[in-house]
Design a protein around this ligand. Structure first.
Ligand code: IPE
Ligand code: IPE
Ligand code: MG
Length: 254
């Protein structure tokens, strides 16, 4: 309770960064939240302290995205490759959805946010999946920001699965090879209920995609920052959105 009050106070005392224009707000922003481990290391803390601290950034970005009218916010929280990490770190990461939702779910509901999950349910610990599913169910009818957690998500795997499902429909005679088009594939991806991201943000200075939404990012605008995820604030998010507003998207045309 005290923690929540303090969080509210610190939010309300923070000056809000405003956009110069309300035109051209990205409809879907996707974020590769990276640099938690290095943030902690720089402070002589264990890596997991960085993951814990990253929750504040998740909260702040959600509030800001909702406020400026972003419709979808996809946050890369755990990749299908992150299982390679030490068991203790994976276990800690798997506690975070529960911890985050325990503190924030009421506020998310009050702010009309709809929680979704994009990823493979297999291998997720029961408590992790339960917490996320509860949040998804309780917010299913909300009509505000869609807060989409990419949890146990991997883009190559999702494409392999989509191709398998197409191949099996062809084999069963339910689909002709010449009927296969972009929609056939995109409608079988985990993102089938989302528009493609307009803006991709990656923190921590890494300039790569790390198996995130490879198909869906075909024409997204990319924005990178050296800031580590636990330090990512409203001002950084707004800087990215402002730059997005200036970009000219050509989609191969003129
Ligand atoms: C991002 O931070 C969180 C996850 C990938 C789960 P990292 O844990 O990758 O932090 P760095 O990149 O090692 O600093
Ligand atoms: C990408 O970050 C995955 C998430 C942010 C969840 P990583 O830290 O796993 O990516 P690499 O290993 O640096 O490419
Ligand atoms: Mg990393």
């Amino acid at each position: 309770m005290i923690k929540r009050l303090l969080a509210r106070l610190s939010n309300s005392s923070m000056p809000q960064v405003e956009l110069q224009s309300t035109e051209n707000i990205p409809k879907h922003v996707a974020i590769i939240m990276d640099g938690n481990g290095r943030w902690a290391k720089d402070r002589g803390l264990p890596r997991v302290a960085g993951h814990h601290s990253g929750m504040k950034a998740v909260k702040q970005v959600t509030i800001t995205a909702n406020r400026i009218g972003v419709k979808y916010l996809t946050l890369y929280a755990f990749s299908t490759e992150n299982w390679k990490r030490p068991k203790a770190e994976v276990e800690f990461l798997m506690q975070l959805p529960q911890q985050f939702l325990e503190i924030e779910l009421d506020d998310l509901i009050a702010n009309n946010v709809q929680v979704r999950m994009m990823g493979y349910e297999e291998h997720l610990p029961k408590h992790t999946l339960y917490a996320v599913q509860q949040a998804v169910e309780k917010t299913a009818n909300n009509t505000g920001l869609v807060l989409n957690f990419a949890l146990n998500y991997g883009s190559r795997l999702e494409m392999v699965e989509a191709i398998r499902s197409i191949a099996s429909d062809v084999q069963a005679g339910q689909l002709q090879v010449d009927q296969i088009d972009e929609l056939t594939l995109s409608s079988r991806l985990l993102s089938s209920n989302l528009p493609d991201p307009d803006l991709l943000i990656r923190t921590s200075g890494e300039l790569r995609i790390s198996n995130f939404m490879l198909w869906q990012l075909a024409y997204s605008e990319l924005w990178f920052t050296d800031v580590y995820w636990p330090e990512f604030k409203e001002a950084h998010f707004m800087e990215a959105v402002k730059e997005y507003q200036q970009r000219i998207r050509r989609y191969g045309g003129l």
